[in-house]
Design a protein around this ligand. Structure first.
Ligand SMILES: CC(C)(COP(=O)(O)OP(=O)(O)OC[C@H]1O[C@@H](n2cnc3c(N)ncnc32)[C@H](O)[C@@H]1OP(=O)(O)O)[C@@H](O)C(=O)NCCC(=O)NCCS
Length: 180
């Protein structure tokens, strides 16, 4: 599924479009972008288009494109949703590096969490980051995610093995922190 439009002060989250596949696949050609995510190699155009088509009809995913100042800068979503048990795994890639450090991740993760807890019945959102990805760690913490464990030396990046820090935000904790 694609997500409905959500407007923040910095970011617009909206349904992605197939014709945006070329822009999206090009993000993954940049080693700085992939340094902190699990995917290492860029998808081909056809693979990216297939992925966007699959996401549109996948009941276990909700995918958004992220716009900033009128242009596409990233994607975010929740995947592997188990609607019976009420959990799924969230992710965010801002592939346009020029927008890093402006507070977009913080806002997008907060809007995404609010939507998923106020408009769906999900009870727990799982995520993670590679140890050392301070921006992701802080943005996730700002949206209520807490570290629940780690897989040690799970991925090789920049000549070092990095831990995969596992995080989670639970509905009851988020509601207690966001009573309005
Ligand atoms: C990680 C990523 C999503 C962060 O997005 P961003 O919009 O630059 O992050 P923000 O500007 O919202 O910053 C979030 C927090 O991190 C801090 N921060 C931003 N860049 C930072 C950096 N390089 N080092 C340390 N802290 C940083 C900000 O000050 C902010 O802190 P605050 O919440 O205390 O104010 C983005 O860089 C990205 O998409 N990177 C590539 C893919 C990726 O790593 N995705 C996440 C996988 S878990």
């Amino acid at each position: 599924m694609y997500g409905p439009t959500l407007r923040g002060q910095l970011a617009l989250m909206r349904a992605p479009r197939i014709e945006e596949a070329a822009t999206m696949s090009a993000w993954f050609e940049d080693l700085e972008v992939t340094a902190t995510i699990l995917r290492r190699f860029p998808p081909g155009l056809g693979e990216e288009e297939d992925w966007l088509r699959r996401m549109a009809t996948d009941p276990a995913s909700i995918l958004w494109a992220v716009e900033h100042e009128g242009r596409l800068v990233g994607t975010t979503g929740v995947h592997g949703i188990d609607w019976h048990s009420g959990h799924g795994t969230t992710g965010l890639v801002l592939g346009d590096k020029s927008v890093w450090g402006r507070g977009l991740a913080r806002e997008v993760m907060s809007m995404r969490t609010r939507f998923l807890f106020c408009e769906t019945t999900l009870r727990s959102l799982r995520s993670g980051y590679l140890d050392g990805n301070l921006a992701s760690a802080k943005a996730q913490a700002g949206a209520g995610y807490r570290e629940v464990g780690r897989w040690h030396e799970a991925y090789f990046r920049g000549g070092e093995w990095r831990d995969h820090v596992l995080t989670e935000v639970r509905r009851q904790d988020w509601e207690a922190a966001n009573p309005d």
